[in-house]
Design a protein around this ligand. Structure first.
Ligand SMILES: Nc1ncnc2c1ncn2[C@@H]1O[C@H](COP(=O)(O)OP(=O)(O)OP(=O)(O)O)[C@@H](O)[C@H]1O
Length: 330
């Protein structure tokens, strides 16, 4: 549904002064350095997939979303949406695609301030040519799902910033585009509201088959929502399901941690030679043991632990956050 082929974007260097237009460097034939935002990036997103774009600040995520929305022209390569070039053939796809830039809330002044939430949504639905009865149904559903029903007749201006963002996010539920681009959609939302929005995004993908490109710095969000993620910093670093990336890094790090609550005393020497590090803490009749060891020694460690009276045991898992830090550092 979406395919990037050697997608490249260099921004022109900033012009510091009129003199800089014909800088001495240019005069001597030395071109000024352009700013790389994307370099030879390749990926494919399947229909109905939620595809996460993860990368550090300046990795090129927003640039990619802007190319998909025909707001920025790539320097090289192509981005295809449903087989059409996103910029050159924008007219063919503009009715299928909707973009939300969560980081800049009123980027296009999409909503009228002194108009109700419902009228704003209705106006956009009309622009998209959605029949009235269908618009009514979709608006009711969207307001219900995002718990915005009681704000229906409220002026957009009177809403809190987070609520405005929620109304913004109600739009894809009303417009139901084939492709939805979400650039940091939940950046200003509290944990509770964020989950309401996650439900809405999942509904779009699972019930309506919307293909979704999602950028986020919230790795819990990526782990909860994305079918696959692309980790990149101008070019690709890694790609896969969150589970695949976690397993890959777990194997690479070859490291595990177990925290055990044990009734009675523990002899740390029992674990010599097997664990890489051991921390012991006594609290009343209990001993808290933290063991760090290699993946391959798990059976032996569990065997040694079983000699004690274990009350509780937790193993720490590699999270997508650790995958991100580990792979971005490399
Ligand atoms: N209009 C512009 N003119 C010049 N350089 C730009 C422009 N927009 C972005 N850049 C540069 O392109 C690179 C990628 O920026 P982009 O905003 O796409 O990254 P990002 O991954 O979205 O970052 P963040 O996570 O901080 O939002 C950065 O080095 C940035 O400074």
């Amino acid at each position: 549904m979406i395919e990037a082929v050697k997608l490249t974007k260099y921004y022109p260097p900033p012009i510091k002064s009129p003199l800089d237009l014909k800088s001495l460097g240019d005069f001597l034939g030395k071109p000024r350095e352009e700013i790389p935002a994307l370099v030879d990036l390749n990926f494919k997103v399947k229909e109905g997939e939620i595809y996460g774009l993860l990368g550090p600040n300046g990795a090129g995520k927003t640039t990619l979303c802007k190319i998909a929305s025909a707001l920025v022209i790539p320097t090289g390569g192509h981005l295809y949406i449903d087989g059409y070039e996103s910029v050159e053939e924008h007219n063919e796809v503009k009715g299928k695609i909707f973009t939300i830039f969560g980081g800049s809330r009123d980027l296009f002044g999409l909503f009228q301030w002194r108009v109700s939430v419902e009228k704003n949504l209705r106006f956009m639905a009309e622009l998209w040519g959605i029949p009235k009865a269908e618009t009514d149904r979709r608006i009711n559903q969207a307001l219900e799902l995002l718990h915005l029903k009681e704000k229906r007749n409220e002026w957009y201006q009177k809403l809190s910033a987070g609520m405005r963002q929620k109304v913004y996010l109600a739009l894809p539920l009303v417009l139901q585009p084939e492709v939805l681009i979400l650039d940091e959609p939940t950046v200003y939302l509290d944990a509770f509201t964020r989950r309401e929005v996650w439900n809405a995004i999942l509904r779009l993908s699972k019930e309506l088959g919307t293909t979704i490109l999602l950028t986020t710095h919230n790795l819990r969000e990526a782990e909860s929502l994305c079918d696959r993620v692309l980790l990149f910093n101008r070019s690709k670093i890694a790609e896969g399901t969150p589970k695949e990336l976690i397993e890959e890094v777990q194997t690479l790090k070859a490291e595990r941690k177990i925290i055990a609550k044990i009734k009675g005393m523990v002899h740390p020497k029992d674990f010599d030679g097997i664990t890489q590090k051991i921390e012991v803490q006594r609290n009343g009749e209990f001993t808290y043991l933290q063991l760090y060891f290699k993946n391959e020694d798990i059976k032996e460690v569990l065997g040694l632990l079983s000699r004690y009276k274990i009350v509780d045991v937790q193993t720490s898992q590699v999270t997508l956050e650790e995958v991100f830090t580990h792979l971005c550092k490399k």
